[in-house]
Design a protein around this ligand. Structure first.
Ligand code: FAD
Length: 291
């Protein structure tokens, strides 16, 4: 049963932020409600005031500029990201990630902002956005601040939002030349939450094919989406070989104490991270070579 609450449906971000600054900890935002209603039904959250931001159309957009990169409004639904031609052309990994996120029905209603703010380490977008070095714009009535996506998740279902703040925009920089990015997750059935997932971005130096930069992010391998920095270091400054890809997978598998649940033991997750980091890094490398 859901506890009683007072409901607001602001039509502008300013109005929503003003409600948040008035009610602070007693208020919660709801966007698509796909995760929020679950935690409310479980009484994990019992807000006195529910601020429904789904009607704020100004936060539903996808904009691209080669210099500034990609800007996605927090209320953009997953399906719009999946189907966006500009994303398919310039950030195909985002579209590919969305194709395996839940079902079309879920993607047609759930928002990218809600997904990130829910703070589920098994969520797909956060790892991909970390690999893409994306930033998040957080707004309050007092102003705005920008945080790295990898700094946003604090713990299981916990993110770096102050009670008076909301996420308004996801900012993805245009990758440097000769960069390839890929993401895959281990699913029993297409659209399942990943048992583990790996997102990898590789940038090659022009000419000699040496790895100039690498970013590796893992989903559902820790209490937050995890950047595997030790594994990245194994790749940077070297010509990447099959042996080096395997080494990066081995190292990544030691960078956290993974959870154990009905979907897989900690040991199984470690083994799968070895496989997925190697496989996804190989694909990212192929893409970087072709870019
Ligand atoms: C059947 C099913 C399958 C799913 N499978 C997957 C999957 O495979 N991979 C995956 O990644 N996800 C999956 N999801 C999650 C889904 O992707 C939704 O994006 C996610 O549930 C939250 O989106 P929402 O818009 O419904 O947010 P809500 O449920 O409305 O909100 C979620 C949380 O974020 C907060 N919030 C929402 N928007 C903002 C904002 N702009 N600023 C501040 N706080 C905000 C809310 O207060 C709440 O705490 C699945 C969901 C369902 C129901």
């Amino acid at each position: 049963m859901i506890a009683d609450f007072e409901y607001f449906a602001p039509k502008t971000a300013r109005e929503a932020l003003s409600l948040l600054s008035r009610y602070k900890e007693e208020a919660k935002i709801i966007a698509g409600g796909q995760s929020m209603l679950v935690v409310m039904k479980q009484c994990l959250l019992t807000p006195e005031y529910l601020i429904d931001i789904k009607g704020i159309s100004a936060l539903d957009y996808i904009k691209y500029d080669e210099g500034k990169g990609l800007r996605i409004g927090a209320l953009t639904i997953h399906r719009a990201i999946e189907k966006s031609l500009v994303i398919q052309d310039h950030f195909r990994v985002l579209s590919e990630m969305e194709q395996n996120l839940a079902t079309i029905q879920t993607r047609n209603w759930g928002t990218i902002g809600g997904n990130l703010c829910h703070g589920d380490p098994a969520g797909d977008p956060a790892s991909v956005l970390i690999a893409l070095n994306a930033k998040l714009k957080l707004a309050s009535s007092a102003g705005e601040r920008i945080v790295d996506t990898e700094e946003f998740s604090k713990d299981y279902l916990e993110v770096a939002l102050e009670p008076n703040e909301m996420l308004t925009e996801i900012q993805v920089p245009t990758p440097p030349p000769h960069t390839g990015t890929a993401y895959e997750k281990l699913m029993v059935m297409r659209g399942d939450m990943g048992i583990v997932g790996a997102a990898v971005s590789i940038t090659l130096k022009p000419g000699d094919g040496v790895c100039q930069d690498a970013r590796i992010a893992l989903s559902n391998f820790a209490s937050t989406p995890l950047r595997a920095k030790k594994a990245e270091k194994r790749l940077i400054g070297k010509v990447i070989t099959e042996a080096l890809l395997a080494e990066a997978g081995e190292v990544a598998s030691t960078e956290a104490n993974p959870p154990a649940d009905v979907h897989g033991s900690a040991e199984y997750r470690r083994e799968m991270v070895k496989v997925f980091v190697k496989r996804v890094a190989r694909l990212a490398l192929e893409r970087a070579r072709a870019a």
